[in-house]
Design a protein around this ligand. Structure first.
Ligand SMILES: Nc1ncnc2c1ncn2[C@@H]1O[C@H](COP(=O)(O)OP(=O)(O)OP(=O)(O)O)[C@@H](O)[C@H]1O
Ligand SMILES: [Mg+2]
Length: 248
C-alpha cells in the first residue's frame, strides 16, 4: 500500500516537466505512483525517452516534482554512463566516496579492497578504467555506488551498454551481490527479462510523459532461473503490457 509506514520509498501522483531552454517545457512524467519497502528491488521498465532517468533524478532529489509527493531516504544515483575517473585506479575509484566522507587514504583503500575479491575483480585493483572491460567497469561503478552508504541505490540502465553474454553474467552477479549486501534498489532497464529476473516488483511505464501502466509483483523464489516457466510467463505478461502501450 503506497504511503504505509513500512514503505521506504513512496511516490504519489508525481508529475514533472523539464523547464524549457527554448520552446515549451518537456513533460517527462505524469501521475506516477510507486513504492518500495526496505530491502526490495523495484524495477522500472519503459520505452526510450519515457522519463526513466528523470524518475531516478527525482528520487535522488536532483529535481523537485511539479505535482505529487516523494518520500525517499538519502539515495545515490549510478548514472546511465559510467562516470569512473580515468586518472584513478579501479581501487581509488571505489574508495572515492569514503575519501569524500572523510576517511583517510589507507583506511578507505582497505575497505574498498575487501569488496574487490567478493565481486570477481581480484587482481584488478591497480588497473585504470581504460584497461577494464565494460562489465568490469560497471562492477567498479557499482561498488563505488554501494560504498556511498546510502539506504537507497538508484541504478540507471547499469548493463545497457554491454553485449548479451556479459549482460547475462552481470545480471547473475548483481543478484548474488544483492543477496549478500541487501539494499533497497530502484533499477531502471529496457530489458523486461532483466527486470523479472532481479525485481520484487516491476513498474511498466507508458511512452512520454511516463505514467505507470501496470505494477507487476514478482513472487518467484531466489535464485531465479531465466528459463523457468513462471519467469517466462511473467516476462510475456510484462512485454504484453508494454506492447499494448504501442511500444515494445
Ligand atoms: N535536462 C533536461 N532538459 C530538458 N529535457 C530533458 C532533460 N533531461 C531529459 N529531458 C527530456 O525528458 C524526456 C525524458 O528523458 P529521460 O532521459 O528521463 O528518459 P529515459 O526514459 O531515461 O530515456 P532513455 O531510455 O533513452 O534513457 C525526454 O524527452 C528528454 O529529452
Ligand atoms: Mg535514461
Amino acid at each position: 500500500m503506497p504511503g504505509a509506514p513500512e514503505q521506504l520509498l513512496s511516490l504519489q501522483s508525481v508529475g514533472f516537466a523539464h523547464p524549457a531552454r527554448r520552446g515549451a517545457p518537456v513533460q517527462a512524467l505524469s501521475e506516477v505512483s510507486l513504492h518500495a519497502r526496505t530491502g526490495e528491488l523495484l524495477a522500472v521498465v519503459g520505452p526510450s525517452g519515457c522519463g526513466k532517468s528523470t524518475l531516478l533524478e527525482l528520487i535522488c532529489a536532483l529535481h523537485t516534482p511539479d505535482q505529487g509527493t516523494i518520500t525517499a531516504p538519502p539515495a545515490v544515483l549510478m548514472p546511465q554512463r559510467d562516470l569512473l575517473l580515468a586518472w584513478l585506479s579501479a581501487l581509488d575509484n571505489v574508495a572515492l566516496p569514503l575519501r569524500i566522507a572523510g576517511l583517510g587514504r589507507a583506511q578507505a583503500r582497505a575497505r574498498a579492497r575487501e569488496l574487490f575479491g567478493e565481486v570477481g575483480l581480484d587482481g584488478f585493483q591497480q588497473a585504470h578504467p581504460a584497461e577494464l572491460s565494460g562489465g568490469m567497469r560497471q562492477r567498479v561503478a557499482f561498488l563505488r555506488t554501494l560504498l556511498c552508504g546510502k539506504p537507497l541505490l538508484c541504478l540507471d540502465e547499469p548493463f545497457g551498454a554491454l553485449d548479451a553474454i556479459t549482460r547475462a553474467e552481470m545480471q547473475e552477479w548483481l543478484a548474488a551481490t544483492l543477496a549478500r549486501e541487501r539494499r533497497t534498489v530502484v533499477l531502471v532497464t529496457h530489458d523486461v527479462e532483466e527486470a523479472i529476473l532481479l525485481a520484487d516488483r516491476v513498474a511498466v511505464l507508458s511512452p512520454r510523459p511516463g505514467r505507470v501502466v501496470a505494477s507487476v509483483e514478482v513472487e518467484l523464489e531466489r535464485p531465479r532461473n531465466r528459463t523457468d516457466a513462471a519467469l517466462s510467463a511473467l516476462r510475456e505478461h510484462a512485454l504484453g503490457l508494454l506492447a499494448s502501450e504501442g511500444q515494445a
